[in-house]
Design a protein around this ligand. Structure first.
Ligand code: HEC
Ligand code: HEC
Length: 205
């Protein structure tokens, strides 16, 4: 009986949602080396850029002025975060008002329009090296394939980072009437894998 149970659990392991740990919501299955052409890699990149440049991502991926952005249809004209918020060099507002004062850690979606987005991890700006706001496709492409500016990650590490970052899960399901990032997390992860296997092509190569 015990044997049978073990056999059954092994059989069902890959399909059982109960085995998925926190944040493990996507399948990370890169295409085989050599199977993605430069052209297909660039098509995948075009979709990655649509995501990276979308307000749900770029509002946090800002530069050295440390000012989070308010942009996207629910905000009207793009502008720096209201209430004089400045994230400081700490990128979490330690020098002024901490982001977590309003963006508290919370398990369930905060669905009230214009309330501060809240997720199950610490809310903060992305590192300065990952500045995307207002940048074009070629610029972000070169940034994201540069280990010096992408947290030292290859495409597999980027993909698993994307899966484990709960802020990203929020970006595709932001609630409060906000426009979600385009496509979905699985498509985005697949695109990152295909782009990586194609050799990280950028349009300027
Ligand atoms: C609340 C702010 C916030 C939002 C919104 C956000 N990010 Fe980030 N992002 C971060 C932080 C913080 C890090 C650094 C985390 C780390 O390196 O562990 C980061 C790092 C990354 C990285 C790692 C590579 C690098 O250059 O450092 C990628 C890729 C990334 N984000 C993609 C996205 C995408 C795609 C979206 C939208 C779907 C998004 N982020 C939305 C805060 C944010
Ligand atoms: C005093 C409360 C408060 C503090 C402190 C605060 N925020 Fe916010 N934040 C808000 C509110 C409220 C909104 C939503 C406004 C709206 O939708 O009209 C928001 C929205 C945002 C957005 C836009 C999210 C999106 O794409 O819709 C980002 C990015 C952001 N905050 C980053 C930060 C960062 C980074 C910090 C810390 C440096 C911070 N905030 C500190 C209240 C706060």
């Amino acid at each position: 009986m015990k044997k049978l149970l073990i056999a059954a659990s092994i059989l069902f392991l890959p399909f059982s949602p109960a085995t998925a740990a926190e944040g493990e919501n996507v399948i990370i299955e890169p295409p085989a080396e050599g199977t993605v052409s430069r052209e297909d890699g660039l098509t995948a990149w075009a979709r990655i850029y649509e995501v990276a440049s979308h307000p749900r991502c770029s509002n946090c991926h800002v530069g050295a002025d440390n000012l989070p952005m308010w942009s996207g249809p629910t905000y009207g004209k793009p502008r720096p975060h209201g209430m004089n918020i400045n994230a400081g060099e700490s990128r979490i507002g330690a020098e002024y008002v901490q982001c977590s004062t309003c963006h508290v850690i919370r398990e369930s979606l905060n669905d009230i329009p214009h309330a501060a987005p809240q997720v199950a991890m610490t809310w903060q700006l992305a590192p300065v090296e990952a500045e995307w706001f207002g940048k074009g496709s070629v610029e972000i492409c070169n940034q994201l394939r540069d280990p010096e500016r992408n947290g030292g990650r290859d495409y597999l590490e980027l993909a698993s980072h994307l899966d484990h970052d709960l802020i990203l899960h929020w970006a595709w399901d932001p609630g409060g009437g906000r426009e979600p990032a385009p496509y979905d997390l699985q498509t985005h992860v697949n695109d990152v894998l295909a782009w990586g296997v194609a050799g990280y092509p950028c349009e300027n190569d």
